[in-house]
Design a protein around this ligand. Structure first.
Ligand code: HEM
Ligand SMILES: [Cu+2]
Length: 502
């Protein structure tokens, strides 16, 4: 069946497309190694293996948080672009502009932290950026926020271009989501799952980014005109609306890899279904209104918002997650799966996402949040599904494309790939995630540079797990950089090879 060949012709990257894709993926791999180095440094500091001065700890924590969230956003947009461009006409300039604005934003953030000493964390909670107790200047805080604005504008450009292209083909976003088939009718079996997922992300993340832009501008105004004070609770709501959306969008963009590639590796069709459309439609709404679960302990918050946050938390992640894991398992069942690095990474991602959701939902429940709030339980749940869920989704695409560039046009699958890369990511990732969750059980406060003696056990485990992950990622980054920079294999690449610039 044509659609199940590993490397269909219409997916080939041509000229500028290949260069842009390479920049996205290789930058992401390098940034991940860097940000993980900061992560390991912090975990080692908590374990007292090394000494890190407190101001440096919070600078590293700010860089790690902002850098990881930004990098995951950037790379998963690359994933969405890679598959969506087959179905609708995306403009390469929008994809490139997003990258350039991301880089400018990243440079602002790096400068504000390492030159300006900003240490107010990636959530820039009001009034923290302006209340630095002399550690950084208002200018440094402003530069940090300006960096976010650049990144947000880039993402909006990319999403609006994608929205226009989708509307051109499907008429409107509702039809692209497949709403017309929710209550009956024959679903067009050619309707791409990629379009459904992309549309959901465009709607939800655009709203989130605009909420973020509003509070960033409010924050900037406050920095330069301190007489204009903000409502702290409103600012916090807007920030978490943005923050929750942005990081969750990375899962919903990343999972496109599974929809698009898994059936090619299992060599079994993965049809679109009504439950699939229902789950994406429901999640489109839920993911937008679920963010109050970050404010469950803010007693000034209207009660109904907290209740909504809790109830929707139970439902928000579930539909897409259930339908995807069920779909993936059905697709795997009695299939002739080709076992190699990309397919293993996809299975790992399904596991990481599935398992990581459990501690997330536990924490989104008010009764539990009373004791888990701001403990290491929180980094426990999100490192779980980001590190063992979203990251492997992205790596699967990188290694898949790398395979296309190899002489034999087969996906990578060396012993080193599986042992140094995959196995170490799994073992290290689980150790790190459980070290944080265990910390949560012991009520270890999150975001603390100095830990009590009684907490050191989980810190040491975390330092070991984090180091393994870092080594695995270093190995992956070298493989990816070398593999993607290769000219496409001579066989069958035709014109594509002639204009290869990347
Ligand atoms: C080698 C891998 C990693 C290590 C060792 C690591 C380590 C850490 C540590 C020690 C913290 C602070 C925990 C605390 O509050 O006590 C942290 C926070 C965080 N990490 Fe990681 N991390 C790693 C990978 C990642 C990845 C892959 C992502 C995202 C894709 C990520 C995103 C974050 C975020 C968003 C925070 C929260 C920052 C904040 O509280 O302001 N980390 N990480
Ligand atoms: Cu959230």
């Amino acid at each position: 069946m044509a659609s199940l060949t590993l490397y269909p012709e219409e997916e080939r990257l041509r000229g500028g497309e290949r260069v842009a894709f390479n920049w996205y993926m290789i930058s992401a791999a390098i940034l991940l190694v860097l940000m993980m180095t900061f992560g390991v440094t912090m975990r080692m500091a908590q374990a007292r293996w090394i000494g890190v001065p407190p101001d440096w700890f919070y600078k590293l924590l700010s860089m790690h948080g902002a850098g990881m969230v930004g990098t995951m956003g950037m790379v998963t947009m690359g994933v969405m672009w890679y598959f969506l461009r087959k179905y609708v006409r995306l403009h390469l300039w929008a994809f490139v502009a997003n990258y350039v604005l991301f880089l400018i934003g990243a440079l602002c953030i790096i400068a504000s932290i390492f030159l300006g000493n900003y240490g107010g964390l990636w959530t820039f909670l009001y009034p923290l950026p302006t209340s630095s107790m002399g550690l950084w200047t208002p200018g440094a805080a402003a530069l940090f926020m300006l960096g976010y604005l650049f990144i947000g504008v880039g993402a909006l450009l990319f999403y609006f271009d994608a929205a226009a292209a989708i509307i051109k083909v499907h008429g409107n976003l509702g039809r692209a989501l497949g709403l017309q088939w929710l209550f009956g009718g024959t679903i067009d079996s050619d309707h791409p799952k990629t379009v459904v997922a992309s549309t959901m992300v465009i709607i939800a993340n655009s709203i989130g980014i605009i909420a973020g832009a509003v509070v960033l501008v409010m924050g900037l105004v406050n920095i330069y005109f301190p007489q204009v004070t903000l409502d702290a609770l409103l600012a916090k709501n807007l920030i978490y609306w943005f923050g929750h959306m942005y990081i969750n969008a990375t899962i919903y963009m990343g999972v496109i890899v599974v929809y698009a590639l898994l059936p090619r590796y299992t060599q079994k069709p993965y049809p679109i279904s009504r439950p699939f459309l229902w789950s994406w439609a429901v999640s489109t709404v839920f993911v937008i209104v679920v963010f109050p679960h970050h404010l469950l302990m803010d007693f000034a918050q209207p009660r109904w918002l907290s209740i909504m946050g809790q109830v929707v938390s139970w439902g928000a992640g579930f539909p897409v997650f259930l339908v995807t894991v069920y779909g993936a398992l059905t697709n795997l069942y009695q299939s002739n799966i080709r076992w190699n690095l990309p397919s293993r990474l996809m299975i790992l991602a399904m596991f990481g996402w599935a398992a990581g959701i459990v501690p997330a939902i536990l924490d989104g429940t008010i009764r539990n949040n009373l004791v888990m709030h701001n403990t290491q339980w929180v980094p426990g749940h999100f490192h779980f599904y980001l590190l063992i869920g979203v990251l492997p989704m992205c790596l699967a695409l990188m290694f898949h494309v790398m395979g296309r560039r190899s002489d034999e046009q087969v996906p990578p699958n060396s012993t080193a790939d599986n042992l140094i890369g995959l196995a170490m990511l799994l073992v290290g990732g689980l150790t790190l995630a459980f070290s944080f969750l265990r910390g949560g059980l012991d009520s270890v406060a999150r975001r603390m540079d100095v830990h009590l003696d009684a907490w050191l056990g989980s810190d040491v485990a975390g330092a070991i797990g984090g180091s393994l992950v870092l080594l695995a990622m270093l190995y992956f980054a070298i493989r990816i950089t070398a593999g993607l920079l290769r000219k496409p294999a001579a066989g069958g690449s035709g014109a594509g090879a002639a204009d290869a610039a990347g």
